[in-house]
Design a binder for this molecule. Structure first.
Ligand SMILES: [Zn+2]
Length: 111
């Protein structure tokens, strides 16, 4: 099992002590689970609602699919499979009738 580097000094000599990870170089101690929650990517839908992986959403506007003549109509249902960091196309969605594609969070509404 490999441990993540220290979030403060990026040291790779981190060791585990029960539920905490400890950095021997800067003496920083942290709980990797809490850190994971804090650093989770926060992405909001058209109404400003936070989205999470597994959420069901509907499209808030018609979306033209890049590189095809396909247009996804407003109200089309989708499931958020993965959230990635970025200015747009943050949602890796499975869209009804269209399959998997990246969708901008501001163009969907949580349903
Ligand atoms: Zn450190």
């Amino acid at each position: 099992m490999s441990l993540p580097p220290c979030p403060k000094c990026q040291s790779e000599f981190v060791y585990e002590d029960q539920s905490l990870l400890i950095c021997p170089e800067c003496a920083f101690e942290w709980n990797p689970q809490e850190l994971a929650e804090e650093s989770a990517i926060k992405v909001k839908d058209a109404n400003g609602t936070l989205l999470a992986e597994g959420d069901k959403v509907t499209l808030a506007k018609d979306l033209k699919v890049k590189g095809s003549s396909l247009v996804l109509k407003i109200g089309t249902k989708a499931v958020v499979r993965r959230i990635v960091e970025g200015k747009d196309h943050q949602l890796d969605c499975k869209v009804d009738g269209a399959g998997e594609m990246m969708v901008t969070a501001a163009f969907v509404k949580k349903s």
